[in-house]
Design a protein. Structure first.
Length: 106
């Protein structure tokens, strides 16, 4: 299980071992959205600004980018082969210009 809290502290993203990502409103603990993903999620990371984007890395080496504000949980973009073989870590620079992935590639 992996989790990440948005920079404004309002949204919690949690991924389960059943390949689901659930978004919670932390102000009232209600579920905003639940997404079934096709692969196991290994990493979650919000952008460094206002929490507009959530990055999710999985076992198939892709990074899925979800809307974190307007349509929470809406898939915006998928980057295939973001890392080889699996994405186990994601980081975003403090200016929100770049993101990096890490894996088990030695």
């Amino acid at each position: 299980m992996h989790l990440a809290i948005s920079p404004d502290g309002n949204t919690l993203a949690v991924c389960s071992s059943r390949e689901e990502i659930t978004f919670y409103d932390m102000r009232n603990w209600k579920t905003i959205k639940q997404i079934r993903h096709k692969e196991e999620i290994n990493a979650l990371h919000w952008d460094q600004g206002e929490g507009n984007l959530l990055f999710a890395g999985d076992n198939s080496a892709q990074v899925c980018i979800f809307d974190g504000k307007n349509s929470v949980g809406q898939l915006i973009h998928t980057i295939e082969k973001a890392h080889n073989p699996s994405v186990f870590a994601i980081a975003v620079d403090t200016r929100n210009r770049y993101f990096m992935t890490g894996g088990t590639d030695s």
